[in-house]
Write a protein that binds this ligand. Structure first.
Ligand code: SF4
Length: 674
């Protein structure tokens, strides 16, 4: 069935076992003080899982090239043991690995380093919030040499290839764009001169590493920034690189400053494949059909990869986050076990959002990602014990899975008739439909592991006798909504957020949502009636790309007002996603009110008081409380009475600021501690 994905391929002299590439992703494991152990274990697991080629996260070619403090530095000998260990581990696992050579240019996050970012021209960046220093002629030549040295070093360290990062708005992409390259010397001006830097880098890299050493370039299929490079210029770059002997082109899209979402869950899978196909077409037309093209971004499942490859418009498919979520994704699909694939939600919460800082990258649905050594999953040597997991939401599901994977006997008690907890609320929100797939994955995985699942079973004080039979327990009963003390609330139709998720049709026309955190914005998004674009064409058309029909927003059933006491709506939502959600709410006319006190609820609506002391009525037919949460701990007396050692996780431990990332991570940790 997967005849195209599983076909061996070649990138220059590099033979790969299949057409699935793990795309580059910065992990913040690169500079841990562990000699590269965690980094090596992370990539080795993905190689074992079946990725044909792994491309590492970017390795900076000079100190100022790093995207942030957690980047590896290929030209710094202090980083070589970890880089070598990583390549060796992937080879031992039967995989192939390319090192990505990286220069962030004006996107370098240099806070506290004493370095000033550099770029072709001194053009302010909204992403890094700095104005870089323009490179001199000598700097440019030195930077070309840095790339060359990096390639030769990668080869010496045992890497099978290098990928030069020239996409996503980083340094080489900045040379290519008329927006960021304002030079009028030999390195800027018309498109041919803007192409000179990447071509110089390719030439120098090939010379330094040897013509037989495979070199991939990741280029931008579309910058998605008005006024940047045209399709013709992209095609011309691809052809020019092919002429200079590039061995493969990996096609990215978008800059960090772009206002078109590229990797968020609002983007339908496969949305960007046509940009990779366009590059391949340009190569074929110029007689370079032999240069393989890799399609990247929003490729989610192996079925989708197979269908893209079958279409013949590209040669390899790249996935990054789906392999964080499930390192064994390729093997599971090809062995007919796709129901056991832990699906990436494109939430970015534990991966991309962290990669911009210093926190270790992991995964909401797979908290072992990046922690493979800390949480080994072979069955414990001790005799298996018997555990109760109380609660079948994110924390309880992961705790039950991890305990069972360690060989223990696990019984999971869930009060509802269905597993999933907050995943079941989230799956109703536009763009979050895949949270339903997560609940299905856990159900299938727990069944495979033999977990005894008791649905519709809310444990209370009378269950101490039952609990006494277990060796330990995990309390993962989640949260219940907190109702703020506002005078007059029985006067109007008031509901809590779970009640609205369960029965949104009960709301009146004018709705005031109190609370502006992630749950409130999710609920507002649901109530706009928006639907995730069903096809790549519909998505692209909505952003003025492609030529699909544009559909207007649905007729709104509600007039929505989001009210928050704090200064920011959606605080707590990650930076890569918050702007997408807020843009959607604004497009649907949702009013947002911040920095107020809730004074009173009347028959007319909600009275709020601004910072200036002025009071204002927000008219409402219905008021929804999404104003925080309290731990749900009704099972604690029974656990205490039974004398069973237990650990509380997720919202049941601490409801303040809890989210699914923290919940699943605590579920995993508890399973390994008990
Ligand atoms: Fe995917 Fe979210 Fe996991 Fe990142 S954190 S890999 S986006 S599920």
């Amino acid at each position: 069935m997967f005849t195209h994905v599983t076909r061996p391929g070649a990138i220059g002299s590099l033979q790969v076992a299949n057409r699935l590439v793990m795309g580059a992703m910065h992990l913040n494991l690169e500079t841990l003080d562990d000699g590269g152990a965690a980094l090596a274990a992370f990539y080795a697991a993905r190689a074992r899982g079946g990725a044909g080629l792994i491309i590492t996260g970017g390795s900076a070619v000079s100190p100022v090239a790093a995207g942030g403090p957690g980047y590896s530095h290929v030209n710094d000998p202090a980083h070589h043991p970890a880089l070598r260990r990583t390549a060796d581990a992937v080879h031992e696992a039967g995989g192939k690995i390319a090192l990505q050579l990286f220069h962030a240019g004006r996107y370098a996050l240099t806070d506290g380093s004493g370095l000033t970012p550099v770029a072709p021209s001194a053009v302010y960046s909204r992403f890094s919030r700095t104005t870089p220093r323009a490179l001199t002629e000598a700097d440019i030549r030195a930077t070309v040499a840095d790339f060359a040295r990096g390639a030769a070093t990668a080869r010496a360290l045992g890497y099978d290839a290098v990928e030069v990062m020239a996409s996503e708005g980083y340094l080489i992409n900045q040379f290519l764009s008329p927006l960021t390259n304002l030079r009028d010397d030999a390195w800027g001006g018309d498109a041919a001169r803007r192409r000179r830097f990447p071509l110089a880098v390719l030439r120098a890299v090939r010379e330094a590493a040897g013509d037989d050493f495979p070199v991939l370039f990741r280029i931008s299929g579309a910058d998605l920034v008005p006024g940047s490079s045209t399709q013709e210029e992209t095609d011309a770059l691809a052809v020019a690189l092919a002429r200079e002997g590039v061995h493969a082109l990996d096609i990215g899209v978008g800059w960090h400053e772009s206002r078109v979402p590229t990797v968020q869950s609002a983007v339908p899978p496969g949305a960007w494949a046509s940009y990779a196909e366009a590059v391949k077409k340009a190569l074929c037309a110029a007689g370079h059909a032999d240069v393989p093209v890799i399609a990247s971004n929003r490729v989610v499942g192996l079925d989708q990869a197979e269908s893209l490859l079958r279409g013949g418009g590209i040669d390899h498919v790249s996935m990054a986050r789906p392999l964080l979520a499930d390192p064994d994704l390729p093997a599971k699909w090809t062995r007919g076990r796709s129901a056991l694939v832990n699906v990436c939600l494109a939430c970015n919460e534990a991966c991309i959002d962290r990669s911009f800082g210093t926190e270790r990258v992991s995964c909401l649905v797979n908290p072992r990602a990046g922690h493979e050594l800390a949480f080994p999953e072979q069955a414990a040597a001790d005799p298996p014990r018997s555990f109760a997991v109380i609660g079948g939401g994110p924390a309880g599901l992961e705790a039950a899975r991890a305990l069972a994977a360690l060989g223990h006997r696990v019984t999971l008690f869930e009060a509802d008739e269905e597993l999933g907890g907050q995943f079941r609320l989230a799956r109703q929100v536009p763009g979050k439909e895949d949270f339903g797939a997560t609940a299905r994955y856990f159900a299938a995985e727990l069944a495979r592991l033999g977990v005894d699942i008791r649905l519709g079973r809310r444990l209370g004080l009378g269950d101490a006798g039952l609990l006494r039979h277990f060796d330990g327990a995990v309390l993962a009963t989640g949260v219940q909504p907190r109702i703020p003390d506002i005078p007059g609330w029985p006067l109007l139709h008031t509901l809590t957020y779970p009640e609205v998720f369960a029965r949104p049709e009960t709301l009146g026309e004018r709705v005031v949502l109190l609370g502006g955190g992630g749950i409130a914005t999710d609920l507002a998004h649901l109530l706009t009636g928006e639907r995730t674009p069903a096809t790549p064409q519909a998505f692209l058309a909505a952003y003025g790309l492609g030529d699909g029909p544009v559909t207007g927003p649905p007729t709104a059933r509600h007039r929505l007002t989001l009210v928050r006491r704090g200064p920011r709506i959606g605080a707590g939502t990650g930076p890569s996603t918050r702007w997408v959600v807020l843009s959607a709410l604004r497009a649907h006319g949702v009013e947002m009110v911040t920095g107020v006190r809730y004074r009173e609820i009347t028959t007319e609506g909600v009275v709020v008081q601004g910072a200036d002391g002025a009071e204002r009525l927000l008219p409402a037919d219905s008021v929804v409380f999404a104003t925080g949460q309290e731990p749900e701990r009704a099972a604690v007396p029974a656990l205490r009475a039974a004398g069973v050692p237990f650990e509380a996780v997720g919202g049941a431990r601490d409801a303040a600021g809890v989210n699914a990332v923290r919940a699943t991570a605590e579920g995993l940790r508890a399973a390994h501690r008990l």
